[in-house]
Design a protein around this ligand. Structure first.
Ligand code: AMP
Ligand code: ZN
Ligand code: ZN
Length: 409
C-alpha cells in the first residue's frame, strides 16, 4: 500500500495526473436488472434519475446474454468473440484449461481476458480508477487492474460498498479515482430463484432502488451530487423457465463422440472431427424448441464465431426452454424459475441503461442502445483517444451527451 501511495505521489509530482480537470463517472451494474424492472412503479429513486437524465428503453446485451461476457463487453467495447470471455464457462481445447465463475484462479488469470478494459485506458492517461467487484477487475497482472479493486465477496453488504465509493470520492485529489465501477448481484440471484414476475423479484428491485437512494443522499452529503456522472446499467435481463420445457440433448446425440459445455439456454458441442457433419445433421433433424448452428453458419448478429474457445456446434434454446446434455442431472434445472443466456434479440434478455449527471442530457428518452457502445462513450466523456480496434461506436450513443459540456484537455 505504501508503495502505491509513493507511485501516485511521484505521478502527481511529475504532472502526470491532471485529475483536477477530469470528470467523474460512477458505473453501477445491477446484475440481471431487466429493462422493464424500472417501469413497475416501485423504484422512485431510479425514476428520479430517469427524469433528470437519459433513459434508454432497453440495453441490448451481446450473445450469450450471460454475466461475465457482458460485463466485459461493457468495459471493453468488444463482442465476446473479440474480448475472449465468450461465456461464464469456457474450455480451451488445446490446453484443456477451464474457466468457471467459481474457479477463482482462472477468474483471476489475465490470459483469458483480451482487449483493454476501460480502467487500463484510464491508467495509461494517469487517471485513477476503482472497482467494487466488476468482472475482470481481479486479474493477477496489476497493470491490467483498476488502481483500487477488491477480491469478489458475493455477500458483502451493499451499503458498505456505497460507503467505500463515497470514501474514494472524498480522498485527497491526488489519490481520488475519477472512474469507479460497482456491481450488485441481487436481481440476478432472485430472478433465477423465483422468476422475473415474482413478489420476491419485486422486493429485490426495491432493495436496489433503495441503494440508489442511499448513494444519492451520500453524494449530497459530500456535495458531489452535481459533479458525478452516474451510469446505471445491467448486463442482461431474465425470462421465466419451466420444469416441463427441458430438451434432453443426450437422447439425440447418443452414439456420437463429443464433448460439451454450458447447459441451459445454450450449449456448445465439440464432436470428434469426423462426426461434426453427421452430428450437426442429427441435431438439425431433431430440432424442436432449439436451433443448431455451426460456427460458420451462425447469423452474423450473434457475433459468436471468431474465437477458438467457441466450439464447432452452437445450440440455442427457444425462450423458456432449457438444453440439458447427458452429463448433467435434469433435476438441477427444475429448481430455477428464471434464466438468461438466450438469443440477445429476445426482448426479455435486454437490460437497463439510465444515466444522470453533468455530461448527459436532461429528461431525454431514447430506444435501444448496445452495451458495446458504452466504452467509446466513456472515452468521449474523459476525452481519451481509442488507439486499438473495438466493436462499439461512439456515433450510436453520442446523442445522449449534453453538448454544452466543455471538453477536458
Ligand atoms: P450468471 O447468472 O450465471 O450469468 O452469473 C451471475 C453470478 O456471477 C453472480 O451470482 C455471482 O455469483 C457471479 N459473479 C459476479 N461477479 C463476479 C466476480 N467478479 N467474480 C466471481 N463471480 C462473480
Ligand atoms: Zn448477470
Ligand atoms: Zn444470472
Amino acid at each position: 500500500m505504501k508503495k502505491l501511495y509513493l507511485i501516485l505521489l511521484l505521478m502527481a509530482a511529475s504532472g502526470f495526473i491532471f485529475a483536477q480537470s477530469q470528470p467523474y463517472v460512477v458505473l453501477i451494474s445491477f446484475d440481471g436488472f431487466r429493462w422493464d424492472y424500472s417501469e413497475r412503479g416501485i423504484t422512485p429513486n431510479i425514476e428520479r434519475l430517469k427524469e433528470c437524465g437519459v433513459h434508454a428503453k432497453t440495453l441490448k446485451p451481446c450473445f450469450p446474454s450471460k454475466t461475465f461476457p457482458n460485463h466485459y463487453s461493457i468495459i471493453t467495447g468488444m463482442y465476446p468473440e473479440n474480448h475472449g470471455i465468450i461465456s461464464n464457462n469456457m474450455r480451451d481445447l488445446r490446453t484443456r484449461k477451464e474457466f468457471h465463475l467459481y474457479a477463482r484462479e482462472e477468474v483471476k488469470n489475465p490470459d483469458w481476458y483480451k482487449g483493454e478494459a476501460f480502467w487500463e485506458t484510464t491508467t495509461k492517461k494517469g487517471i485513477i480508477s476503482a472497482s467494487y467487484f466488476w468482472p475482470g477487475s481481479e486479474v493477477t497482472d496489476a497493470s491490467r487492474r483498476p488502481t483500487y479493486s477488491f477480491k469478489y465477496k458475493h455477500n458483502f453488504p451493499y451499503e458498505n460498498r456505497i460507503d467505500t465509493v463515497i470514501n474514494w470520492l472524498t480522498l485527497p485529489e491526488d489519490l481520488r479515482p475519477h472512474f469507479i465501477a460497482t456491481y450488485f448481484h441481487d436481481t440476478d440471484s432472485y430472478g433465477h430463484q423465483y422468476g422475473p414476475n415474482s413478489p420476491e423479484i419485486d422486493s429485490s428491485i426495491v432493495r436496489l432502488d433503495n441503494i440508489i437512494g442511499y448513494f444519492y443522499r451520500e453524494l449530497e452529503r459530500i456535495n458531489m451530487q452535481d459533479s458525478v456522472n452516474v451510469i446505471l446499467v445491467s448486463d442482461h435481463g431474465m425470462t421465466e423457465i419451466y420444469a416441463d420445457k427441458i430438451i434432453s440433448v443426450g437422447e439425440i446425440t447418443s452414439g456420437y463422440h463429443y464433448e460439451s459445455i454450458d447447459n441451459g439456454p445454450f450449449l456448445l458441442i465439440e464432436p470428434e472431427e469426423n462426426e461434426i457433419d453427421s452430428l450437426f445433421s442429427e441435431l438439425k433433424s431433431h430440432e424442436e424448441h432449439f436451433t443448431t448452428y455451426t460456427k460458420s453458419t451462425i447469423p452474423d448478429y450473434y457475433h459468436f464465431s471468431h474465437n477458438d474457445l467457441i466450439f464447432s456446434l452452437i445450440l440455442v434454446a427457444d425462450p423458456g426452454w432449457t438444453l440439458v446434455d447427458k452429463t448433467e442431472s435434469e433435476e438441477w434445472y427444475l429448481d430455477g424459475k428464471g434464466t438468461h443466456g438466450y438469443d440477445n434479440n429476445f426482448l426479455d434478455m435486454h437490460g437497463t441503461f439510465i444515466v444522470n449527471g453533468p455530461h448527459f442530457k436532461n429528461g431525454y428518452k431514447t430506444g435501444t442502445l448496445n452495451n458495446i457502445d458504452i466504452y467509446p462513450l466513456l472515452c468521449e466523456i474523459f476525452n481519451l483517444k481509442i488507439d486499438h480496434k473495438i466493436d462499439g461506436e461512439l456515433n450510436n450513443i453520442k446523442f445522449i451527451l449534453n453538448n454544452n459540456q466543455k471538453k477536458y484537455e
